[in-house]
Design a protein. Structure first.
Ligand code: AMP
Ligand code: FE
Ligand code: FE
Ligand code: ZN
Length: 292
C-alpha cells in the first residue's frame, strides 16, 4: 500500500459509507497526504472534509466532484479537481441534478415493486442519507430486504444499465460537463476508462474531450492490471493528458474495492496537476476555502 495521493474517493454525501471526516482520517492513516473528495454530482461534503483536513498540517485536500455523463450505450464519469465550490450557478446546476436523481430513484423503487422485489422508499432514503441518491442506495435496500446477497449482485440482476429496474438519470454530455468544470476554475479528468476502452469508444471520446479542454485521465485505478495501466498511460501521452488516478473508495465491499491510497499512482503526475492549479490561481482559492 501507499500512494502519496488519492484523487478519487466518495463519502456519505454520495454513495460512500464513511463521513468526510472518517474518510480523511482513514486516508491519512494509510499514508495519503494529498486527497480529493469527489462525491457524485455534489460538493456539500467539502466543508466537513476541509474541517477534518485542517487537523493535519502535512495534508492537502483538493476540492473535487465526480460528474455522471452519458454517451450512447455507456456512462462517462468526469472528475473535477480544484472546482470553485461556492459558484452560485454551479451550485444551482448541481441542485437540479439532485432533484432529478431523487425522481429517478423513486421510479426504480416502483419498478422493483412491479418485479416483485419490493424495497421501501424510506430505506432507500435512509441509505442515501444527506446527499446524492444513487443506485448503490437502492442496492443496499435490496440486500437488506433479502432479495440479493450483495451490492454487486443487485447491480448484476436489477440495476445495471441493461437491468430490469434501471432508470436513466438526467442526461448530460461529457463535453458539456468538461466545459462546466473548466468554467468554475476546475480541471477535468476522465475517470475509469476501462469500459469505454472495451466498447471501442475511448479514443474518439478522448479526441472530443481534448478539444473541450480535458486535463487528465485516470490511469491508476482499483484493480487495473499493469498491462491496462500501460495502455491507458500511452493513450494519455498521445492526447496530452496527465496520467492520474484514485482508489474510487466507497467502503461498500466487493472484490474491486481498494482502500484509500492503495493504488500505484506516482507522485510526479500529481505534482503536475498541483503546478497547473497554482498557475491558474486555483491553489490559492483552495487555501482560501480552507481558511473559511
Ligand atoms: P448512479 O450514479 O446512481 O447511476 O450509480 C452509479 C454508481 O453505482 C457508480 O458510481 C458506482 O459507485 C456504482 N456501481 C455502478 N456499477 C456497479 C456494479 N456493477 N457493482 C457495484 N457498484 C456499481
Ligand atoms: Fe459511486
Ligand atoms: Fe465513477
Ligand atoms: Zn467514483
Amino acid at each position: 500500500m501507499g500512494s502519496l495521493a488519492d484523487l478519487h474517493c466518495h463519502s456519505t454525501f454520495s454513495d460512500g459509507r464513511l463521513t468526510p471526516t472518517k474518510l480523511v482520517d482513514l486516508a491519512y492513516r494509510n499514508g495519503v497526504r494529498i486527497l480529493s473528495l469527489t462525491d457524485h454530482d455534489i460538493v456539500d461534503g467539502l466543508p466537513e472534509a476541509f474541517e477534518a483536513a485542517k487537523r493535519y498540517d502535512d495534508f492537502t485536500l483538493i476540492p473535487g466532484i465526480e460528474m455522471s455523463t452519458d454517451v450512447p450505450g455507456n456512462e462517462v464519469h468526469i472528475l473535477g479537481h480544484f472546482i470553485d465550490r461556492h459558484n452560485p450557478a454551479f451550485l444551482n446546476r448541481l441542485k437540479r441534478l439532485q432533484e432529478s436523481r431523487l425522481n429517478r430513484a423513486r421510479l426504480m423503487v416502483e419498478k422493483l415493486v412491479q418485479l416483485d422485489k419490493p424495497v421501501s422508499w424510506e430505506r432507500v432514503e435512509f441509505f442515501a442519507g444527506e446527499g446524492t441518491v444513487g443506485r448503490p442506495h437502492v442496492a443496499l435496500a435490496l440486500v437488506e430486504a433479502g432479495h440479493v446477497t450483495s451490492v454487486n449482485e443487485a447491480f448484476d440482476r436489477y440495476l445495471s444499465r441493461n437491468g430490469p429496474a434501471y432508470v436513466s438519470r438526467d442526461r448530460l454530455g461529457p463535453e458539456e460537463v468538461v466545459a462546466l468544470l473548466l468554467g468554475v476554475g476546475g480541471m477535468a479528468t476522465l475517470a475509469h476508462p476501462r469500459e469505454l476502452f472495451a466498447a471501442g469508444t475511448l479514443e474518439s471520446l478522448l479526441e472530443a474531450l481534448q478539444a473541450a479542454g480535458l486535463t487528465g485521465m485516470e490511469v491508476y485505478y482499483q484493480d487495473y492490471l499493469p498491462q491496462e495501466i500501460k495502455t491507458f498511460h500511452d493513450l494519455a501521452s498521445r492526447y496530452g493528458l496527465i496520467p492520474l488516478g484514485g482508489s474510487d473508495y466507497h467502503g461498500l465491499g466487493g472484490p474491486q474495492q481498494r482502500e484509500p491510497g492503495d493504488i500505484p499512482l506516482p507522485t510526479e503526475p500529481v505534482q503536475k496537476l498541483l503546478s497547473l492549479a497554482e498557475e491558474r490561481g486555483a491553489l490559492e482559492r483552495a487555501r482560501i476555502a480552507h481558511a473559511r
